[in-house]
Write a protein that binds this ligand. Structure first.
Ligand SMILES: CC(C)(COP(=O)(O)OP(=O)(O)OC[C@H]1O[C@@H](n2cnc3c(N)ncnc32)[C@H](O)[C@@H]1OP(=O)(O)O)[C@@H](O)C(=O)NCCC(=O)NCCS
Length: 156
């Protein structure tokens, strides 16, 4: 299963993905705070590195192709960040990462997942809508550059 919990050793690659996609600006300390918070779930989509044949699997390292950060708080869970490395997009990585978080929710009991996204981030909005998220509010000029945020929730 390529989705596993994020480790501090993964951060150089996670930060590289974030930088290349330029959709968010978390620093290493923010990621470490999430990794160590007991209410947070940080996951990566990892593949065994192709050209590293070290016999000790712990030293082989992984190629990180995507990551996601959730706050899992029962009825009010939140997706804070999700990304798939650009060359690997549209191959199911985002879906696998999202499902890792959704698996912790019990929609029959009323759990919900919330998120906010830039109004112009069509790619992400199509992705969320495909997965059953519904827009429920708009925050005008929410981002520093004046772009609106669209708030989505998934309740089933
Ligand atoms: C949003 C994101 C995580 C989706 O990841 P992904 O691995 O490419 O998504 P998947 O391959 O799992 O796509 C699942 C479905 O989402 C929708 N979708 C994904 N990318 C899409 C695109 N570019 N255009 C339209 N629909 C898209 C499709 O319905 C797709 O299913 P299909 O390929 O069978 O049609 C990815 O585009 C990304 O990293 N974007 C940049 C970072 C970002 O903006 N993150 C969200 C803000 S926090």
């Amino acid at each position: 299963m390529p989705v596993r919990e994020m480790k501090i050793d993964d951060l150089p690659q996670v930060l590289q993905i974030q930088k290349a996609l330029a959709f968010q600006d978390w620093n290493e300390r923010q990621f470490i705070a999430e990794i160590t918070a007991d209410y947070a779930l940080c996951v990566v989509y990892a593949e065994a590195a192709q050209f590293n044949t070290n016999e000790d699997p712990r030293l082989r390292g992984d190629d990180i192709l995507g990551y996601a950060v959730f706050h899992l708080m029962g009825p009010d869970s939140e997706l804070l960040s999700i990304a798939a490395n650009a060359p690997h997009q549209r191959a199911g990585i985002g879906t696998a990462l999202l499902n890792a978080g959704l698996a912790h929710l019990d929609f029959a009991k009323g759990d919900k997942m919330f998120l906010e996204v830039r109004e112009g981030n069509t790619k992400a909005r199509r992705f969320y809508e495909k997965h059953g998220f519904e827009p429920y509010a708009e925050r005008k000029k929410y981002y520093a550059d004046g772009e609106n945020a669209i708030l989505y929730q998934k309740s089933k």
